[in-house]
Each structure stands twice: as structure tokens, then as C-alpha cells.
Design a protein around this ligand. Structure first.
Ligand SMILES: *Cc1c(COP(=O)(O)O)cnc(C)c1O
Length: 352
């Protein structure tokens, strides 16, 4: 179905016809030395100048690291900006709908609600596997996007690449695959399919493996036509100068990321074993991410006990299929030891 997809036909009428705001720095290209075009303060603070609205320099670095073309890359104020812009570009409020797997990351449904777009939920199976047929059955002619998250938050597993491709090849709408945790996965991810699948959108972020949640830098990889629409709708200077500079600096040091990922994966392995040895823990789900979904007796009580000891985890026990589950991020070696000590003490209180 791929070749018949017309991105233009998926985009809202008002967006298709939009003439984007053109900033001073958009219109200028070349090499000038006197900038009297943007009403900036001329005195170097050194943050007196507007940042590059196209973030070209940073995009080149990211595109190279990811083996993608600059034209297929959009940068946002976190992945969250990308998600919201996808709704605003593609979904007619009160009319169109999206589909998301369930359970999954909460931002998709919050953005759907903010944009007054109906969201249908397709439950994963009890081992958190994805049945492509159930997703395909939920699609109708008002469906504009399907959200898949792999590795999935909060279930921590990767979705089957073949199942995702079956969905991508079986629909006329956009399929958004959120790969925020891909660096921690044994799967490669499906970013490499972006050039050949016109309706595939892949989200990645600097917030997790790259250790840069504070600078808010999310990546959207997609067909260049869709990237063009996203770029036309974003705030002109959506990535600020400080974030651009910090990203450039950190991306040069890929060794730091590899080292962190390696340590986190080692710690994940240790933590799984330690959690499994606790009597009140029923199940530690296999993880492809930097967190663990742990099923236990009385998760609410464990949550409160940890909180009293100054350790915060995420209670996911009221989420579909996550009965009895806490979500625990893999911390530093010291933090994980603290966690395990507190949980062992809790285990003791149960036995006495
Ligand atoms: C953490 C997370 C993100 C990251 O969002 P940013 O806005 O880039 O910080 C995206 N998707 C999922 C599923 C996440 O868990």
C-alpha cells in the first residue's frame, strides 16, 4: 500500500494551505557579518542572537550518527513537541482518530485529548506482545496515526519488528514508532526503514541514553514532505541556543553514551536477579529498556515504604495488564544497592 500513500492527503486542509511564518534568519542565507535584520540587541551577551530556526549544524551531526538524511529529520523541544505537532498537522479535531497500543506512554492520549482527537486503544496480549491484526481491525477511514512504542513504556519489551512492518504495510495512515529506549534494546529498531516507508515516523530522544533530559531535544525521522509540514507549524525558534550548544558538545562524545548504556545494562542484569530473590516479588518482566516492570504483592504498600525511605518509583498497578506492578528505573550502582537494601528490609518485616 506504501506507494499509493499521499502524505498531502493525510494532512489537514488548513495546514496544507499554510504559509509558514518566515523569520529574519529564515530568509537570510549566505555569509554576512553585520546583522541588522532581526531587531536583536547588538551587544554580545553571548546569547543576544536568535538561534538557527532550521538547526542545520546539529541536524547534520545527528543525521550522520543515525545514518539518515537531514531532510528526513525534525528536531523538537523533546519528543513531546514532535508528538503534539503530529496531531496538529494530521488530525482534524472532532473528526479524525488515532490508535495506540495499551498500555503505553501517556503523552499520546494526553495530546489526543488536548487536540480533541479520538483515541482507540488496542490491548497488547498478556505477555505484552503486539498482534498486528487487532491493530489493523481498529483502523477506519478517519484514522490518521497509529502509535507503537518499542521498547514500550511501561511494559519494557520491544515489539516484534515483523508485526510493526505488517501494520506499516497494511495501512494508509501514519505509523509512529516511539524508540525513546532503543539504545537499551537488543533490537536494532526500525529507523533504517524510514527512507523506504513513506508512512513511517520514528521518534527518538536525547532524554534517556544520551543523559540530556534537561535540554529537551527530541528527534522525528520521517518522509521529507511530512518533515516540511512539521517545520512549518513549529515555533520558529523551538530549540534554544543553550540546548543547541549542549547537544553539539555531547553528541561529539559518543563514548560517554556507550559507557552509560553499558553500565546501565550491567546494573539492569544485577537488579533483575536481586529483585527476583525477594519473596514478595512475583515477576520481573524481561526488559529492553532502562527500567523494570516488577509485579509484586501489595504494590501500593511497597511504594509507600520506599517513599518513606526516600526512594521514588512509579506505581503502574492501575494500568491495564500491569496489575500489581511498580516501574523501577535502573539507577547508579549505589542507588540500586540502596533500593535493594530497603526492599530486603521490607521483605524482613513481612516474615516477622
Ligand atoms: C521518556 C520518553 C520519551 C521522551 O520524551 P522527551 O520529551 O524526548 O523527553 C518519549 N517517549 C517515551 C515512550 C518515553 O518513555
Amino acid at each position: 500500500m506504501d506507494s499509493s500513500i499521499e502524505i498531502k492527503q493525510l494532512v489537514r486542509n488548513n495546514i496544507r494551505e499554510l504559509v509558514p511564518y518566515s523569520s529574519a534568519r529564515d530568509e537570510y542565507s549566505g555569509s554576512a557579518s553585520v546583522f541588522l535584520d532581526a531587531n536583536e540587541n547588538p551587544y554580545n551577551t553571548p546569547l543576544n542572537r536568535y538561534p538557527d530556526p532550521k538547526q542545520l549544524e546539529l541536524k547534520k551531526v545527528i543525521a550522520q550518527i543515525k545514518g539518515q538524511q537531514v531532510a528526513n529529520l525534525f528536531l523538537g523541544n523533546g519528543s513531546d513537541e514532535g508528538i503534539d505537532l503530529l496531531f496538529r498537522v494530521l488530525c482534524e479535531p472532532g473528526r479524525d482518530n488515532v490508535i495506540a497500543i495499551d498500555p503505553t506512554y501517556g503523552m499520546y492520549s494526553v495530546c489526543a485529548k488536548i487536540n480533541n482527537v479520538d483515541q482507540k486503544h488496542v490491548l497488547l496480549d498478556k505477555d505484552f506482545g503486539l498482534d498486528p491484526n487487532r491493530v489493523l481491525e481498529a483502523v477506519d477511514n478517519r484514522t490518521k496515526m497509529i502509535f507503537l512504542c518499542s521498547p514500550n513504556n511501561p511494559t519494557s519489551n520491544s515489539l516484534e519488528p515483523e508485526a510493526m512492518v505488517r501494520i506499516i504495510d497494511g495501512v494508509n495512515c501514519m505509523v509512529v514508532v516511539d524508540e525513546a529506549y532503543i539504545d537499551f534494546s537488543r533490537e536494532q529498531g526500525i529507523l533504517s526503514l524510514v527512507p523506504e516507508k513513506k508512512n513511517l515516523v520514528v521518534l527518538q530522544t536525547l532524554s534517556k541514553a544520551w543523559g540530556l533530559a534537561g535540554i529537551r531535544l527530541g528527534m522525528v525521522f520521517a518522509h521529507q514532505e511530512l518533515i516540511g509540514y512539521l517545520s512549518g507549524v513549529k515555533y520558529p525558534y523551538n530549540i534554544n541556543s543553550l540546548s543547541l550548544a549542549e547537544a553539539m558538545k555531547s553528541l561529539r562524545d559518543t563514548g560517554a553514551r556507550e559507557n552509560w548504556v553499558h553500565r546501565i545494562l550491567e546494573e539492569r542484569k544485577k537488579l533483575i536477579e536481586q529483585l527476583k530473590s525477594l519473596a514478595f516479588v512475583k515477576k520481573v518482566y524481561p526488559s529492553d529498556a532502562n527500567f523494570l516492570l516488577v509485579q509484586m504483592e501489595n504494590p501500593g504498600q511497597v511504594y509507600s515504604y520506599l517513599m518513606e525511605k526516600g526512594i521514588i518509583v512509579r506505581d503502574r498497578s492501575s494500568v491495564p495488564l500491569c496489575d500489581g506492578c511498580l516501574r523501577i528505573t535502573v539507577g547508579t550502582e549505589t542507588e540500586n544497592r540502596q533500593l535493594c537494601n530497603v526492599l530486603a528490609a521490607y521483605d524482613q518485616t513481612l516474615e516477622n
